[in-house]
Design a protein around this ligand. Structure first.
Ligand SMILES: N=c1c2ncn([C@@H]3O[C@H](COP(=O)(O)OP(=O)(O)OP(=O)(O)O)[C@@H](O)[C@H]3O)c2ncn1[C@@H]1O[C@H](COP(=O)(O)O)[C@@H](O)[C@H]1O
Length: 101
C-alpha cells in the first residue's frame, strides 16, 4: 500500500505494459524493441529464454540466492516479451494458473 492507501501498482503488470509500449513504438536504443525487430525473428527471444533458464539453474546449484533472483527476473522479463510477441498477455497466464487451483 502507498501513503494514499491505494494498492501499489503491480510491478509485473507495469513491466508488461512497458513491453507492449516498446512493441508499439519501437524506440531507438530500447533492448525490448531490438527483440521485436531482431533479424533472427522470435528465435532471438527464444535463445535468450534458453540462456536465462541455464543461468537460473546454475545460480540454484551454486546456492547463490541473490543471483537466482536476478536471473529469474531476466527469465520472467524475456518470457513476457515472448507473450507480447505471441499477442498473449498476463490474463492468459493468470487464467491458466486459476484453472489449476
Ligand atoms: N526487465 C528488463 C530486463 N531484464 C533483462 N534485460 C536485458 O536482457 C539482457 C540479458 O542479457 P544477458 O543476461 O545475456 O546479459 P548481457 O550479456 O548483457 O546481454 P547480451 O549482450 O546477450 O544482450 C540484457 O541486455 C538486459 O539489459 C532487460 N531489459 C529490460 N527490462 C525492462 O524493460 C524496460 C524497458 O527496457 P528498454 O526496452 O531497454 O527500454 C526496462 O526499464 C526494464 O524494466
Amino acid at each position: 500500500m502507498n501513503d494514499g492507501g491505494e494498492p501499489a501498482d503491480d510491478v509485473v503488470d507495469e513491466l508488461f505494459a512497458v513491453i507492449e509500449d516498446r512493441k508499439a513504438e519501437l524506440p531507438e536504443g530500447s533492448y525490448t524493441a531490438s527483440l521485436f525487430t531482431h533479424e533472427k525473428g522470435e528465435n532471438a527471444v527464444l535463445e535468450k529464454l534458453g540462456e536465462e533458464t541455464t543461468e537460473v539453474i546454475l545460480a540454484a546449484k551454486d546456492d547463490a540466492n541473490d543471483e537466482l533472483a536476478a536471473e529469474s527476473a531476466d527469465l520472467v522479463y524475456h518470457l513476457l516479451v515472448l507473450f507480447s510477441m505471441k499477442d498473449m498477455d498476463l490474463e492468459d497466464l493468470r487464467a491458466e494458473l486459476e484453472e489449476r487451483r
